[in-house]
Design a protein around this ligand. Structure first.
Ligand code: PLP
Length: 376
């Protein structure tokens, strides 16, 4: 989990604005009916924002459930004092079952074997174990295949000491493509109808992620599972900004070293950049080991004194160089924004994602362990 850095002189930090998180959370609340629960997704260290502080804030905001990808993430939250129900979205492995139950984590289940094993554990502990049952309606990733669900349900009747607290599925489309999403939603409705007929009563049924909360709020169930939106980014770089969100994370540093060089000076490994004029080149203490992708070599931009400065030469493991010749007054120690706002300029995770052919999720998740997260 989050540890204070041993030495904190290096100015490369990720500032996390918990008020922006609260703002985004309320934006989502406004979009769904009053009774709809929010399962806030905090997997992958809360998309790089620090799972524990983010989860505590989400609990305080009233999130009904938290979602992690893997068991270890759930155990870490429990050790950090998180009390809210926690769903393990990615399923669990046999070796983890005991510990998952001991930590009161709710697994997503999609195989009979695993239900049978959990049922035995429950019998031994003389308690009911809660699980959420996942059905694949068209993503092709995890879940009981849609057409096998009726048979699965028959088998399920024989399994004791298990409470199916929720039934879920997951959408495939990340932008506005209603035909496929609505076909998945129809299948999910069929699944729920079959379950109801078989006498299976589940408290929650949920399917919507950020993309669906943006476009098709009618496909919500009685709980929704936003992830990226909570952090103020959009589920697709192409997405229309239909919802006003505030980016939660700012990645910043300071100018570490500054030098004036003549025209024709090669900068960084491989000499992929040479100055075309007498230039002022700043070296910044951030590199790909901090999550600043090598695909930003000769491509990225940063903000200094409210203006954009281009990354020149290759991104190194721990350092990058930027050309500040056109930034009047640029000095050693100046604040540099890699992701975030400065004056009227702004660089979003989505902008970086577009440049490197990725998605904002990956840009945020890549921010390295050695970058301290500082909470406001
Ligand atoms: C990651 C994830 C989400 C959240 O997705 P976003 O696009 O970040 O909103 C929801 N449900 C499941 C099963 C997930 O794996």
């Amino acid at each position: 989990m989050f540890k204070r850095p041993i030495l904190s002189g290096r100015p490369t930090v990720a500032e996390i604005d918990l008020e922006a998180l609260a703002f985004n959370y309320r934006q989502i609340r406004k979009r769904v009916p009053k009774r709809t629960g929010i399962l806030a997704v905090v997997k992958a260290d809360a998309y790089g924002h620090g799972a524990l502080p983010i989860s505590h804030k989400l609990e305080e905001l009233g999130a009904e459930y938290l979602g992690v990808a893997i068991s270890q993430e759930g155990v870490e939250l429990r050790r950090g004092g998180v009390k809210a129900p926690i769903l393990i979205l990615g399923g669990i492995f046999p070796e983890e079952e005991e510990e998952v139950i001991r930590n009161d984590l709710t697994p997503v289940i999609f195989e009979m074997d695993s239900l049978v094993r959990l049922s035995k554990i429950a019998g031994r502990k003389r308690k009911k174990i809660k699980v959420h049952l996942k059905v694949d309606t068209g993503l092709g990733r995890l879940g009981v295949p849609f057409d096998q669900f009726p048979v699965f349900l028959k088998e399920l009747k024989k399994v004791r000491n298990i409470e199916i607290e929720g039934i879920l599925s997951h959408f495939s489309m990340t932008d506005r493509e209603e035909a496929y999403s609505s076909s998945q939603w129809k299948k999910f409705q069929e699944v729920l109808a079959i379950a109801r007929e078989a006498g299976l009563k589940s408290r929650y049924f949920h399917m919507a992620n950020s993309a669906n909360l943006t476009f098709f709020t009618q496909y919500s169930g009685n709980m929704v599972r936003p992830g990226i939106m909570l952090y103020g980014s959009y589920p697709s770089p192409k997405i229309e900004k239909l919802i006003n969100l505030k980016p939660v994370l700012t990645l910043k540093t300071r100018i570490h070293f500054l030098k004036s060089v003549p025209a024709g000076t090669r900068i960084s490994y491989g000499g992929t950049f040479s100055t075309r004029r007498e230039s002022l080149i700043a070296t910044l203490p951030v590199g790909y080991a901090d999550g600043y992708s090598t695909f930003l070599s000769n491509q990225g931009e940063v903000l200094i004194r409210g203006r954009r400065a281009p990354v020149v030469g290759r991104v190194c493991m721990d350092l990058i160089m930027v050309d500040v010749t056109d930034i009047p007054g640029a000095s050693k120690g100046d604040e540099v924004i890699l992701i975030g706002r400065q004056g009227r300029e702004r660089i979003t995770a989505d902008e970086i994602a577009r440049k490197i052919g990725s998605i904002s999720y990956e840009v945020l998740c890549l921010i390295g362990k050695r970058v301290p997260r500082v909470y406001r």
